[in-house]
Design a protein around this ligand. Structure first.
Ligand code: GSH
Length: 201
């Protein structure tokens, strides 16, 4: 199988961390595909033109990181997504919140890379407000995920790492000691260390 990805994509990082945690690196090859170059292999399997995309052994593609993670999780006994019940909705809710934070952080960065006169300050403000509110919710609800090793907790750790990478001015650790400690625990795992985005990207 092939995972089409970039080393800077936090959505791809979720899949890459899960592949490592599940011991599936031999079965899933990581292939660079820069979305902005519109590579044929990516467009052939994902009309949305986004990474990550997974090409399965039979050639069938999957895209969108939650779906790819669900598939990766089904390949191994070590389940990072509970199959049913309250635990499943807890994990998927935290993944949805973390993915939403990624959307806001990516959107903010895109807005700020436009020429100053074309930037929409109100939009940037809304994105920053959404990120701040989400961080506050995570600090308040940290008892529901901080001790877990599942897709929800991992997605939150990926989103916090992405804030360090693309929005360090957020100073997200300030006043959020539990979240800061939670992130340190994840950041030292080999799956995280080996998927750290390049510092100069
Ligand atoms: N919801 C998607 C988001 C994927 C996404 O937005 N990927 C970005 C890279 S970080 C991308 O490929 N952007 C290229 C584009 O939007 O054209 C997921 O979870 O996989």
């Amino acid at each position: 199988m092939k995972l089409l990805m970039t080393e800077t994509s936090p959505y791809a990082r979720k899949c890459r961390v899960l592949i490592r945690e599940q011991g599936l690196t031999e079965r899933i090859e990581e292939v660079h595909a820069m979305p902005l170059d519109d590579p044929e292999e990516l467009l052939d399997c994902n009309p949305l033109g986004k990474v990550p995309a997974l090409i399965r052994a039979d050639g069938t593609p999957l895209f969108d990181s939650p779906l790819i993670c669900e598939y990766i999780d089904s390949l191994d006994d070590d389940r990072w997504i509970p199959k049913s019940g309250t635990a499943r909705w807890r994990v998927l809710r935290f993944q949805a919140l973390a993915d939403g934070m990624l959307d806001l952080t990516v959107g903010r960065r895109v807005e700020l890379t436009r020429p100053k006169e074309k930037q929409f300050d109100l939009w940037v403000q809304r994105q920053e407000n959404g990120i701040r509110r989400s961080l506050d919710l995570l600090e308040a609800e940290s008892d529901k995920f901080a001790g877990a090793f599942d897709l929800g907790a991992m997605s939150i750790a990926v989103a916090l790492g992405y804030l360090d990478f693309r929005y360090p001015e957020s100073q997200w650790r300030e006043g959020r000691p539990v979240l800061a400690g939670f992130y340190e625990k994840w950041a030292s795992r080999p799956s995280f260390e080996s998927t750290q985005p390049p510092a100069d990207a």
